[in-house]
Design a protein around this ligand. Structure first.
Ligand code: COA
Length: 384
């Protein structure tokens, strides 16, 4: 018999088998391509993480060099794409809207090969699009990508126009690895749904970027940073969080659909941020974050005793990216730069063993209505 029990938000519904990542929400554990996140994220380059997801194993030195080159060769954007990004920046479109437009335009010739080459192009080009958009927003010209730099270093180089410090590169690389993949989150599910119709990779990537943009998914770290800055200024985390909860609002950076324990990515990013801030001599901002986490967790337990609400990945994303010097406006687009690797791996996995994604719904509308010609309809009583 078909189970048509309503599952709003598809909570706890498994719809795919994957080798890419595994989440244990009860115990707060995340495994990427077989490696616990705390093992992979601080050690790997982003290219190694992508290779791992696309090939189900880490590369040796020669394979890694070839793969780095393969991605680096696909970084450039044409003058036409740059012009779209200039226009997006002039009109103050968000970075995610610019990314969506840039992705579609930057892959004009990619439809001939809708497999790995397109996947590599999509992964490689995100930093170039994001950095070019940001340069235009600053009234500057885009910086040409460098072939000799890794994915993370090149992103910072293209944003700033100068060689990034080693600490900043390591911090960003840890971030990119940490969020590269995370089971069937909303954007990844979106990407898999699009290719399940035998549509193409570019359509799937732009749809996924659209899903990531929302504040309940990838849009949370911006508001987290606003909260952190406010609390850092007032020194009153308790008053700030209590006001939010008294107004019936959500404390951004806390809670997760799957984790009932602390999000393991918050752990990895918190350690990375701690290292970064202590080396840069700005420990006070990191201390504010720790205090806000402590107070927020305590108050959420008081206001929502039935729901364990701990810090999620976005909380320490805001702390780390802000420390590195990534502007708030680019937080979600930087997330997309990382997640593109995961989206592509999921898409290729879906294509290997595809079944059209097509759930069902429960109907609670009317039935048996009788057609009335438009001239005879009187809806005035329905209008206010
Ligand atoms: N602050 C306050 N209350 C929260 C909360 C938060 N951050 N997260 C969840 N809750 C509460 C809800 O208000 C709801 O309470 P109620 O039952 O009294 O109405 C309960 O917890 C369940 O919320 P629900 O939205 O059904 O759970 P979910 O599993 O769908 O929520 C999130 C997951 C991520 C959408 C949610 O925790 C949230 O909105 N967090 C803040 C945004 C954020 O940080 N997003 C990044 C996610 S990585």
């Amino acid at each position: 018999m078909i189970d048509t029990k309503l599952k709003p938000g598809l909570e706890d519904v498994a719809v795919a088998t994957t080798r890419l990542s595994s989440i244990d929400g009860e115990h707060g554990a995340l495994v990427i391509g077989g490696y616990p996140i705390a093992e992979l994220a601080p050690n790997a380059t982003y290219e190694e993480s992508v290779y791992l997801l696309l090939n189900d194993r880490l590369p040796d030195e020669e394979e890694l060099e070839r793969f780095r080159r393969e991605l680096a060769d696909r970084r450039s954007i044409s003058e036409e794409v740059a012009s779209i990004l200039r226009q997006a920046a002039t009109e103050e479109a968000s970075a995610m809207d610019a990314l969506r437009m840039g992705l579609s335009a930057a892959t004009l010739q990619s439809n001939a090969n809708d497999g790995r080459e397109t996947a590599h192009r999509l992964i490689a080009v995100v930093p170039t699009i994001v950095a070019a958009y940001w340069r235009f927003r600053q009234g500057k010209v885009p910086v040409t990508p460098r072939l000799d730099l890794g994915h993370a270093a090149n992103l910072l180089y293209m944003m700033w126009g100068e060689d990034p410090a080693e600490d900043a590169v390591r911090g960003l690389e840890t971030y990119l690895n940490t969020v590269i993949d995370h089971g069937l989150n909303a954007s990844t599910f979106t990407a898999r749904t699009v290719v399940s119709t035998e549509s193409d990779l570019v359509s799937a990537a732009t749809a996924a970027a659209g899903a990531l943009k929302g504040p309940l998914h990838g849009g949370a770290p911006g508001p987290v940073l606003d909260m952190l800055k406010a609390v850092h200024q007032t020194g009153d985390p308790e008053g700030f969080v209590r006001d939010i909860l008294e107004n019936g609002e959500r404390v951004m950076g806390f809670g997760h659909r799957v984790y009932r324990a602390r999000d393991p990515r918050a752990e990895v990013l918190s350690s990375a941020a701690e290292r970064f801030y202590s080396r840069s001599g700005r420990d006070d901002f990191f201390e504010t974050a720790k205090e806000l986490e402590r107070v927020g967790t305590k108050l959420l337990l008081e206001y929502k005793p039935d729901r364990p609400l701990k810090t999620n990945v976005e909380f320490y994303t805001a702390v780390l990216l802000h420390g590195i010097g990534i502007p708030r406006e680019l937080f979600t687009a930087t997330f997309a730069a990382a997640r593109m690797g995961g989206w592509m791996a999921h898409i290729l996995e879906q294509k290997r063993d595809n079944q059209l994604v097509r759930p069902t719904s429960h109907y609670d509308g009317d039935t048996g209505r009788v057609w009335t010609p438009v001239q005879e309809r009187k809806n005035s009583h329905l209008r206010k």
